[in-house]
Design a binder for this molecule. Structure first.
Ligand code: NAD
Length: 390
């Protein structure tokens, strides 16, 4: 059938299998090309990598970087929906099918486990797969982003994108018509804050590491990395100081705890740059910030997407003899986004932007290209009029 995009706000309910394949292939080409040029600087390699949240955004790019710059065997975990009748599968489902095919063609071991990573069952299934096929893993990437989590005791927690203690009014981009509006956000209740920490905090990361350790499938001196974001003061009320920021503080505390608990493990938090992903598009003010940031960083030749960030994570941060971290022990991949010249230019535009000048001052086109490409649309060279097998 012919698959068309059906977008509403920050969601697209269809995905294009051929476009998703192209997107994964393009990321692989980048990782291969850039990875080769870095090779001589490497002090170590990862050979057996587990990526939790491996089908879209940063997790998919991490898996591609591990497989195609280190030639690592990878096990990926994701929660994606296959096609049913006329309903397409999710983009992450198609991405994973594409990754598996291309990795196998390149002679790389790959296994993808589709199910709820928060559950004990999936943790055990992954452990069994490691025992059967790899023996152990030397790198565990934790890249889950989810609106809810059912904990092992059966309680379901919901994550909320709200401020803490303050009402916050901000400029915002209406994704339905590209108008600049204002959005007012109410502070979260204690229960909402606690729920967000349960879903997006470090508890499940720690459960994964404990389970892998107990099963004896973590290599000696293994590394584990979870992802975080800080961003500019402009978005502090909704991000860094908001409910999601509380969860991210918990992720950082979990890294400290894991390092104290296990002598032969290094746990890191990597602070990545803001990019268009299914998760980030849902955060108020972030799409506007992103479209201004894209314009500024492209003009300054500093623009990066998920794959550029993740190749840099491997080549400049994780694979050297020492891993460079800030005063709080975090890897800073947001270093270019936070450059004063980038932030000053963003702030200037943020003050000026309105509905009339939005397309001139912001990279709205770039935002929407990235948004649709996440679902396999607007990929160059794909015939979107053709019938495809979904
Ligand atoms: P994303 O939505 O693109 O990917 C989320 C992944 O988690 C997908 O593979 C999905 O299948 C998987 N997933 C969700 N629920 C699951 C479940 N129950 N079981 C198994 N898999 C599940 O998200 P993203 O934006 O790439 O975010 C990944 C991490 O990076 C998050 O920690 C996020 O906070 C962080 N981060 C994102 C940005 C950004 O701008 N997008 C910036 C910095 C850091």
């Amino acid at each position: 059938m012919v698959v068309e995009p059906k977008a509403k706000g920050f969601i697209c309910t269809t995905a294009h299998p051929v476009g998703c394949y192209e997107n994964v292939e393009k990321q692989i080409q980048y990782a291969k090309k850039t990875g080769e040029s870095y090779q001589c600087k490497r002090e170590k390699e990862f050979k057996k990598v587990l990526v939790i949240g491996a089908s879209t955004g940063y997790g998919l790019a991490s898996r591609i970087a591990a497989a195609f710059t280190c030639k690592a065997s990878t096990i990926g975990v994701m929660f994606e929906r296959p096609a049913a009748g006329k309903r397409t599968a999710t983009a992450g489902y198609y991405n994973t099918a594409a990754f598996d095919k291309l990795a196998k063609e390149a002679g790389l071991y790959t296994k993808s486990i589709n199910g709820d990573a928060f559950s004990d069952e999936i943790k055990q299934e992954v452990i069994q797969a490691i025992k059967d096929d790899l023996g152990e893993v030397d790198l565990v990437i934790y890249s889950l982003a989810s609106p809810r989590r059912t904990a092992p005791d059966g309680t379901t927690y919901v994550s909320t994108l709200k401020t803490v203690n303050e009402v916050f009014t901000t400029k915002s981009l209406n994704l339905n018509n590209n108008e600049i509006t204002t959005a007012t956000l109410e502070p979260a209740t204690e229960e909402e804050i606690a729920g967000t920490v349960k879903v997006m905090g470090g508890e499940d990361w720690e459960l994964w590491i404990d389970a892998l350790k107990a099963a004896g499938v973590l290599a000696k001196d293994a590394v584990t990395v979870a992802y975080s974001y800080i961003g500019p003061e402009l978005t502090y009320p909704i991000y860094y100081s908001g409910t999601i920021g509380q969860a991210k503080k918990h992720v950082l505390e979990t890294a400290v705890k894991l390092n104290q608990k296990y002598d032969d493990l290094k746990a890191y938090v990597s602070v990545n740059k803001a990019v268009v992903t299914q998760s980030s598009s849902a955060i108020p003010a972030v799409p506007l910030y992103l479209s201004i940031m894209y314009k500024v960083m492209k003009e300054q030749n500093l623009h990066e997407g998920c794959i550029e960030q993740m190749v840099r994570l491997f080549d400049e941060k994780l694979l050297g003899d020492t891993v460079p971290v800030d005063e709080e022990g975090r890897i800073r991949l947001d270093d270019w986004e936070m450059k004063p010249e980038v932030q000053d230019a963003i702030m200037k535009t943020w003050e000026q932007v309105n509905t009339e000048n939005v397309s001139k001052l912001c990279d709205i086109q770039g935002y929407w290209d990235d948004f649709f490409q996440m679902f396999g649309f607007r990929m160059p060279g794909v015939d979107y009029g053709a019938d495809v097998e979904i």
